[in-house]
Ligand binder design. Sequence first.
Ligand code: EPZ
Length: 426
Amino acid sequence: MKNLVIWGGKPLRGKVRCDGAKNAALPVLAGALLMDRATIFEVPDLADVGTMVALLRSVGADVRQDHEEITLRCPDTLTHEAPYDLVRMMRASFLVMGPLLVRCGKASIPLPGGCAIGQRPVDLHLKGFEAMGAKISIEKGFVHASAPKLHGAQIYLDVPSVGATENIIMAACLAHGETVIDNAAQEPEVVDLANFLNSAGARIRGAGTSRIRIDGVRHLRGTTYTIIPDRIEAATYLIAGAITQGNVTVDNVIPLHLKSVLAKLQECGFTVTELTKGIEISASCRPKSVSIKTLPYPGFPTDVQAPFVSLLSLGEGTSIISETIFENRFAHAEELRRMGAKIRIEGSNAVIEGVPQLTGATVQATDLRAGAALCLAALAAQGVSYITGLEHLQRGYANLPGKLRTLGARIAVFDETIDQASGFTP
Ligand code: EPZ
């Protein structure tokens, strides 16, 4: 078990570069199963990417990785079954179902199951595949789908699910005829997947809107593609600058992808400047209280909810954050209370009474973004914090300790138990 130790209370200053987006890289890597070969740049060096690479190899793809560059070659025949141990590790593994179903005529994928933030069903993925002609059965925790030839369909998503939109797009690329997805997810990562597939010869229109049309084609050729920057990582480092009342610039970011977050940071009273190649935040006070509701894009992203709870824990006054996407995504509140935060959970709302100071404590990361929230709080807190569960953070933040150190953070990683770390000094 790896742990983080952070000595807080120091304003962060400097510049940090964001990596390629995890939530774009994962569907793009799955989409590479649809074509003969693909070379993808700016793939972030993350545990989740490693899991996806292992999964792609397990179904027969030849995958070569050179730092952030991954080259994939897919044979004509792929294995239609995905191994349980890999799918269990990462929900996004389910994104190989669409490509395998349309290329192999069948697919058997373990149900990804719930996780720390909610049940996370896949009913909308399966609704789409059935509409396109697949026969679906669920036995012993596996989803079995078969369809000698998928055909186009009109599909309405009850919820604008990112994963369901992506899985259906991938299956529809090589299906017979036109597929229309209504109430589709509009996230930038969905657009990135569509752009990647179109660069290989797919015919996808409307990505980024609620109606996406896909005309099936017979074959996708090879392509090279560069992943968009990670907007959630960018938001996390901007909040690191804000919560420590410092001055941080994030490079390799697309401001348009962060409009809702930048607007809320400005509402908090921080100075946010869009530069030619980045975004700068300057903070010299505690945040003003604000109200936030997480929504599908372009609304406020649920993945920035936990980091913002940490920020508003030091706010002037009382803030309310409503989590409308996942049913159990406030696990970080309990841990933040250990640092002196005053947070009350009322249904899907976090009521945050700002305090002038947080105090370092031993806390536990339970998922990726909750872990990020605890790091941010520890950076601002007086004294030392020990954070267990670094493996959660390594799923979504490449070289987090190193990047924070670049900004002046006093942070170290430990393999040992917490009490052995307690003697460590910066
Ligand atoms: C993607 O997850 C992201 N992961 C998540 O990021 C992100 O929080 C989420 O989208 C929402 O933006 C990746 O892209 C790899 P959804 P996904 O399907 O696709 C319900 C992170 O921290 N739903 O849009 O799994 C579901 O229960 C991760 O980087 C159904 O009901 O999210 C949830 O309430 C966490 N039926 C809502 O939709 C379905 O078939 C949104 O889920 C599918 C989803």
